[in-house]
Design a protein around this ligand. Sequence first.
Ligand SMILES: NC(=O)c1ccc[n+]([C@@H]2O[C@H](COP(=O)([O-])OP(=O)(O)OC[C@H]3O[C@@H](n4cnc5c(N)ncnc54)[C@H](OP(=O)(O)O)[C@@H]3O)[C@@H](O)[C@H]2O)c1
Length: 384
Amino acid sequence: MASAKGSQQAQDSLGQIGAHFTQPISPLRLPICIIKLSRVFPQFVHQQQKRQFLLYKVNSLSCSTLETQKLVVRALSTQPFSPVDMVKAIRVHELGGPEVLKWEDVEIGEPKEGEIRVRNKAIGLNFIDVYFRKGVYRAASLPFIPGMEACGVVTAVGPGLTGRQVGDLVAYAGTPMGSYAEEQILPADRVVPVPDSVSPVIAASIMVKGMTAQFLLHRCFKVEPGHTILVHAAAGGVGSLLCQWANALGATVIGTVSTKEKAAQAKDDGAHHYDSVGKDTFQGSLACLKLRGYMVSFGQSSGTPDLVPLSALAAKSLFLTRPTLMHYNVTRDELLGAAGELFANVASGVLRVRVNHTYPLSQAPQAHADLEGRKTTGSVVLIP
Ligand SMILES: NC(=O)c1ccc[n+]([C@@H]2O[C@H](COP(=O)([O-])OP(=O)(O)OC[C@H]3O[C@@H](n4cnc5c(N)ncnc54)[C@H](OP(=O)(O)O)[C@@H]3O)[C@@H](O)[C@H]2O)c1
């Protein structure tokens, strides 16, 4: 946090830098000077935007004498330190229930080479966030900021980066984790531009869930007319999109849900048959496959399935896979292809995105409790 003490130190260091200017600096070297200043005290000019503004101010001085440069440095050193350095975010310090999600001030830093800084407009909630919060999947360190999906506006770009600029609306899914924040730093090659036809809330609702549906239906197993597929949690975030998309591909869709209300939604999304299993579905799913049937186990909302002996597959020459979105979007081309197809399906109306629940980001604990408590349907979005 930019404390009063830190602020005083910053002003002192900038004052010292000013005093060390012993010869005039050519206008050509001024940009370097400003960048050096920002390195000496990054909190002061940590945003590219702000740096560019300062650069503009310095360059606009017609006579670049030693005195004017000292003035500029002194002027910079007297500018107030704004809390813009800090953003609000949800952090996890210890693994556990929804109550471990804490609303805090965090320092995000500035984008380095190949990175951008993004102000999130909407953040998608996914079951994987629950796994990380509980420790089913391990975060690299504690504390960590959860979240693997968001849509926002670029507020700064790292040095030398081309192809992305301040003001771009972008969205991402997957790593790095950390979307439960007002702003975050992202590798520029992990974001995709969001077309005008897709709102930030919709984009944040479909990046993980929709691209999961895309790889499951097209690349994990190619679903075609005549196929019959069984979708568990058919009224959930992924489930709703899976049912609609598979239906549009001409498949017969069997959905499982836990309530009548969820069944009505799944039916509306194109599921043709229902079954209220909803939990511990693994063995039942294997059992209902036909000869040479294909089992895709892509989640574990009700817990991690037991180990499967090969003999269980041999009984019907079954195929079994446990895929992950990240492994299907490894290259930039795969990512752009999946996102492009998804956005096109939203624009054409093949997919009606159900954003059935929005919460302020600070209320993430409640959102987690509701998702885990099977109270939600469709997509859940957190608004910073
Ligand atoms: N492999 C991948 O790359 C990938 C990517 C994205 C998502 N996923 C997986 O896809 C699944 C759906 O994710 P989502 O974010 O869209 O969540 P979701 O389906 O919206 O929510 C979970 C739903 O699962 C059902 N469920 C069954 N047993 C449950 C239990 N014991 N506890 C909680 N829910 C239970 C509930 O529906 P009913 O009440 O109708 O049973 C619940 O509403 C998750 O398992 C997730 O891990 C995998």
